[in-house]
Write a protein that binds this ligand. Structure first.
Ligand code: GLN
Length: 490
């Protein structure tokens, strides 16, 4: 059961070789066994999942059903789910039960998906390690050879990625503001795609940095990610930044091949001190694409070196503004005080964790009257230059190949003392968010300790199809079959 991909499970369900109740039952069993160890879920919803699976079986028996009928998924606990607690991994939202469903999850339900529960994440999606969750860290199902030290699954969608890698879900929703789909996908040996800004509706997704946030899927194969993205995408009048564009058949694009495509290699991404094993994997990726008929073109993205600094001004600025709504008045947790101001202070002091407070302070500072021009305005200008770098590059190439992250998964407790070291993780991923471009991470090899490494494919706005074509070619060439130590069915 656990070896099936989404595409295979869908076909087996339609052929009535397995039932949705069986499939969901198996996955719920895996969650029950493994979640105490991995903490990938904050909330598990077995009753809802079994009811949805039964409804799926009824539809399938009649030859009806959508593209995801009976497929058990995990939902990042940043998506509002009607009647199911939605915490954003923060104490401040611990009592929040949304009276509405996010557009992305509503789309998945329309297509027949089964929801197993809400996946853990970094608090308000701020982080690269899933160590900042108020509900405890997530453990990566992968371990270094000969060591049982606990590793991080990456962040912020660490619960989603760990759940999919450990076979505690067939796929999951995730979100990416600066790398939070791609980096955990790379750390957990699975596929993740952040689509073009505007492709998936942000309505009902707890906001972190609204001009950067995008929803997307994580899954075990490129085809599965394409199937999920097809369901999650689409115009939504409730999100003013939602793109009114047709949704292509992403899954078909996966098999398209790369013959004649020009693949860009940005020289600025060959950073000083780049781990030789990551560099080697990057070269392997380029060689695979060449062997399939693509050509490799050297390009320059000259403003890359300002990417992290720009991101860590824009993202906290927007976060500080978005998080102002958590005042203890309308919803969420409240800590009383002698007067209104003290109630605000107590609620926010108690409700937010350390990393969230750090972001609010940085954001408030860069937006303050005396520093607005020096930081925020300047960052906006550099953001425009970063986009222009990409626009110029995409005159010469059809897609860009880079590593996803500068290292494999690190240990729990490493890098947490120094936020700047943690922020360096995002060096290859933040530019796609600043420029609004689609980016996919595909597992491509193992490091010397047996941990998975990912390659990142970037594409033109709304050209996810080419990104999927390149990702599919890398997946076929890499033949990545390694499995995590901790997994259901092992
Ligand atoms: N690691 C980045 C941050 O902490 C990105 C997070 C994300 O994409 N949500 O801001």
């Amino acid at each position: 059961m656990f070896e099936l991909s989404i595409a295979e499970a869908r076909d087996a369900l339609r052929a009535r070789k397995i039932s949705a109740a069986e499939l969901t039952g198996a996955y719920l069993g895996a969650v029950e066994t493994l979640n105490p160890e991995l903490n990938a879920y904050i909330t598990v919803t077995p009753d809802q999942a079994l009811a949805q699976a039964q409804a799926a079986d009824v539809a399938l028996a009649k030859g009806e059903g959508g593209p995801l009928t009976g497929i058990p998924l995990a939902i990042k606990d940043l998506f509002a789910t009607k009647g199911v607690r939605t915490t954003a991994a923060s104490k401040i939202l611990s009592p929040f039960v949304p009276p509405y469903e996010s557009t992305v999850t509503a789309n998945l339900l329309r297509d027949g998906a089964v929801f197993l529960g809400k996946a853990n994440l970094d608090e308000f999606a701020m982080g690269s390690s899933n160590m900042t969750s108020a509900y405890g860290p997530v453990t990566n199902p992968w371990q270094r050879q000969g060591s049982d030290a606990k590793l991080v699954p990456g962040g912020s969608s660490g619960g989603s990625a760990a759940a999919v890698a450990a076979r505690m879900a067939l796929g999951a929703t995730a979100t990416d503001t600066g790398g939070s789909i791609r980096q955990p996908a790379a750390f957990c040996g699975i596929v993740g795609i952040k689509p073009t800004y505007g492709r998936c509706s942000r309505w009902g997704v707890v906001a972190f940095a609204s001009s950067l946030d995008q929803a997307g899927p994580v899954a075990r194969t490129v085809e599965d990610a394409a199937i999920l993205l097809g369901s999650m995408s689409g115009f939504d009048s409730k999100d003013s930044t939602s793109a009114n564009m047709p949704v292509p058949d992403f899954a078909t694009a996966v098999k398209r091949g790369v013959k004649g495509l020009r693949i860009g290699v940005p020289k600025e991404y060959r950073m000083e001190g780049l781990d030789p094993i990551i560099d080697k994997l990057w070269q392997d990726g380029l060689a695979w694409l060449k062997a399939e008929g693509a050509s490799v073109v050297d390009i320059s993205l000259p403003h890359t070196k300002y990417g992290l600094a720009t991101y860590y001004i824009v993202a906290p600025a927007e976060a500080s503004s978005n998080l102002a709504r958590y005042d203890g008045v309308r919803y969420g947790a409240r800590v009383p005080g002698r007067d209104l101001i003290e109630m605000y202070e107590n609620t926010r002091a108690e409700g937010f964790g350390v990393e969230v407070k750090r972001r609010i302070m940085i954001g408030t500072y860069v937006l303050s009257a005396g520093y607005y021009d020096a930081y925020y305005l300047k960052a906006q200008k550099i953001r425009a230059l970063i986009l222009k770098d990409f626009t110029d590059a995409f005159e010469k190439v059809d897609a860009i190949l880079t590593p996803t992250a500068p290292s494999a998964a690190f240990g729990q407790g490493e890098k947490v003392e120094d936020p700047v070291t943690m922020y360096l993780n995002d060096v290859f991923t933040v530019t796609a968010n600043l420029a609004g471009l689609p980016g996919l991470s595909v597992p491509a090899g193992l490091d010397h300790q047996g941990l998975p490494l990912g390659l990142q494919v970037l594409g033109r706005p709304f050209d996810e199809e080419t990104v999927f074509a390149v990702g599919g070619a890398i997946e076929r060439a890499a033949g990545f079959t390694a499995l995590p130590t901790i997994r259901a069915g092992a």
